[in-house]
Design a protein around this ligand. Structure first.
Ligand SMILES: *Cc1c(COP(=O)(O)O)cnc(C)c1O
Length: 484
C-alpha cells in the first residue's frame, strides 16, 4: 500500500511551527507581565460572542490563523483569576512555570493510569511530598485528582466502603445493614453533598451540624447528633471536618473532632481544599493541628499552591484500603514484572483510568520555589486578610460580616443602613458594577440569612494597595448608589 502524505497531525514545516509556537509563548509572557494594567474581567461583546456559533470546520486553517482568532475572541475574556485584584470564590492564579509544566506534560503525553515511566515516578514523588507535608505516613495512599470535588469523592468513597458493614463493591448500597450517617457543618462545601448523592447514600445521609459564632462546627452538637442517630438504629459512619470553609475561612477543631471519631469508631475525613496547606505556613499551621490524624483528606493544590487548573489531591491514611476500593484489573490491564507495564497502577487509587501528567506542573513549581516560599505566600495572604479586615473595621460606612481567620474577608457597605433587602440589593449592585468596571472582582454569599460581599485574597500577585483600592471602590460605588 502506498503511504498517503498529509494524514499526520505533525506540521509539514517544523521550522514554521517553531515560529508560531515561539510567538504564542512570547505573547503569553507579555500578557502575564502586563496583567496589572488591564481589567480583571471584561464582558464579551456580542460580535465576539456570535463568532462561537460557527459550525465545526471541515477543512484546515493554518495554526497561525487559528491562534490569531483565539487571541482575539477567547483570551481577552478570561475569568481574571490570574489578576492581582480577583477576589472571587476561591481560586489560584496559576503561574508561568505551572503553565510550562502543563505544556511539557502534554508533550510528554504519558498516560498516568500506570506504567513504568518518568511521568509515573514524578507523580509518585509529588504525591509523596504532599503526603509528608500533611504529616501522613508514607504508607498512606495519595492520588492527584481533577480538583477538590473529586478528591473529596475519593476519600468519601473509601469511607463509605470501610463503614458500610457489607462488601459494597459486590452488594451495592441497597443491602446496607443499617443506613449510614455522615456529619458535616452547616458551612461545609456543597461538594460533600454532591459526593454522597453520587455514592447512592442520598443527601439525607448528610447531617448538618450547627456552627458557633466563628462558623466552626459545634462539637457538642455533633456528639448529641451521633448519640441520637445510634439510638435510632442508624450507623454514624463519617465526620467531614472543614479546614478553611468557603464562606468565611473558618477551621473546625480537628483535634476534638478526631478524638470524637476515634472514641466513636467513626471515619474522620477532612475537607482541606482551602486550608489544609496552611500546614506549610509557620504563622498559620496551628489552625490545622490534628489534621495528620485524619483517615482521609482532600486538598487542592490549584488553590493555595497556584497550580494551574486542574490539580486536586486525595490522601487516605490506609493506602491498602484505598487500593481495595478502586483496584480493577481486566485482562487488558495486567501488571508485569518488567517492561512498560511494571509497577503499581496509579489508576488503582481513584476513579480515572487515563490520567494526565498533571503532576509535572506541581513538581516543577515546588522545585523552582521550594515549600518555604509557598509557606511565606500563605502567611502573607493571611496578613493581607487582616489588613483588609482592619480597613473595614476602621470605616463606619462598612461592616465586617464574619470573623476573619485567613484570607477570606466578608463585609458589606452599610452607609446609612437599611433593611436586609435594601442592603442586599445595594451590595449586589456594588459587586456587579465593580466586576463590570474591571477594577476588582469580589463575589458574594449569605451568612445566617445576611447578604455579604466576600473577598478571597489568593492571587500570588496581590498587594496591600490592591485591597485599599477594593475598599475605596466599595465606598465610592456605595455612596453613589445610596440616594442622599
Ligand atoms: C473549592 C472547594 C471544594 C471543591 O474543589 P474543586 O477544586 O472546586 O472541585 C471543596 N471544598 C472546599 C472547602 C472548597 O473550597
Amino acid at each position: 500500500m502506498q503511504d498517503r502524505p498529509g494524514i499526520t497531525l505533525d506540521p509539514e514545516d517544523w521550522e514554521a511551527a517553531r515560529g508560531v509556537a515561539h510567538r504564542i509563548v512570547d505573547d503569553a509572557i507579555t500578557r502575564l507581565a502586563g496583567l496589572r494594567d488591564g481589567p480583571v474581567w471584561q464582558q464579551m461583546p456580542d460580535a465576539v460572542r456570535a463568532s462561537f456559533a460557527a459550525k465545526v470546520p471541515q477543512g484546515p486553517t493554518p495554526l497561525a490563523e487559528v491562534y490569531d482568532e483565539l487571541a482575539r475572541t477567547i483570551l481577552p475574556y478570561a475569568m481574571g483569576n490570574k489578576h492581582p485584584r480577583f477576589f472571587g470564590w476561591y481560586m489560584g492564579a496559576g503561574s508561568l512555570t505551572g503553565a510550562l509544566g502543563e505544556f511539557l506534560g502534554a508533550i510528554d503525553a504519558s498516560n498516568l493510569g500506570g506504567g513504568d515511566t518518568g511521568a509515573a515516578a514524578a507523580d509518585r514523588q509529588v504525591t509523596g511530598w504532599l503526603t509528608a507535608l500533611m504529616g501522613f505516613p508514607q504508607t498512606a495512599g495519595a492520588t492527584l485528582t481533577s480538583g477538590g470535588s473529586m478528591a473529596n469523592m475519593v476519600g468519601l468513597t473509601v469511607a463509605r466502603n470501610a463503614m458500610a458493614g457489607v462488601d459494597v463493591r459486590t452488594e451495592g448500597v441497597t443491602d446496607l445493614p443499617q443506613p449510614l450517617r455522615f456529619y458535616t457543618s452547616d458551612q461545609a462545601h456543597s461538594a460533600t453533598q454532591k459526593a454522597l448523592e453520587a455514592l447512592g447514600l442520598g443527601s439525607r445521609s448528610l447531617r448538618l451540624v450547627p456552627t458557633d459564632a466563628g462558623f466552626r462546627m459545634d462539637t457538642g452538637a455533633l456528639e448529641r447528633m451521633i448519640a441520637e442517630d445510634r439510638a435510632a438504629g442508624l450507623r454514624p459512619a463519617c465526620v467531614i471536618a472543614t479546614a478553611g470553609s468557603t464562606n468565611t475561612g473558618a477551621f473546625d477543631d480537628l483535634v476534638s473532632i478526631g478524638a470524637i471519631c476515634r472514641r466513636e469508631g467513626i471515619w474522620f475525613h477532612v475537607d482541606g481544599c482551602i486550608g489544609a496547606l496552611v500546614r506549610i505556613a509557620p504563622g498559620s499551621r496551628h489552625l490545622v493541628a490534628g489534621i495528620e490524624a485524619a483517615d482521609s483528606l482532600a486538598l487542592d493544590p490549584h488553590k493555595w499552591l497556584q497550580t494551574p487548573f486542574e490539580c486536586g489531591c486525595a490522601i487516605v491514611r490506609d493506602g491498602a484500603r484505598q487500593f481495595q476500593t478502586f483496584a480493577m484489573h481486566p485482562a487488558y490491564l495486567q501488571e508485569q514484572p518488567r517492561g512498560l507495564a511494571a509497577g503499581e497502577f496509579l489508576a488503582d487509587y481513584g476513579f480515572d483510568l487515563t490520567r494526565s501528567f498533571k503532576a509535572l506542573k506541581l513538581w516543577m513549581s515546588l522545585k523552582e520555589n521550594g515549600v518555604a516560599r509557598f509557606g511565606r505566600l500563605i502567611d502573607r495572604h493571611v496578613e493581607l486578610g487582616r489588613h483588609l479586615t482592619r480597613a473595614i473595621q476602621a470605616d463606619p460606612r462598612l461592616e465586617l460580616m464574619a470573623p476573619t481567620t485567613i484570607n477570606i474577608v466578608c463585609f458589606r457597605f452599610r452607609g446609612r443602613g437599611g433593611t436586609e433587602t435594601e442592603l442586599k440589593a445595594l451590595n449586589t449592585e456594588i459587586m456587579l458594577r465593580m466586576q463590570e468596571s474591571g477594577i476588582a472582582a469580589p463575589t458574594d454569599t449569605t451568612l445566617r440569612g445576611r447578604h455579604s460581599l466576600r473577598a478571597a485574597i489568593n492571587s500570588h500577585r496581590v498587594r496591600a494597595d490592591d485591597l485599599d483600592l477594593l475598599v475605596a471602590e466599595t465606598i465610592r460605588l456605595g455612596e453613589a448608589l445610596q440616594p442622599a
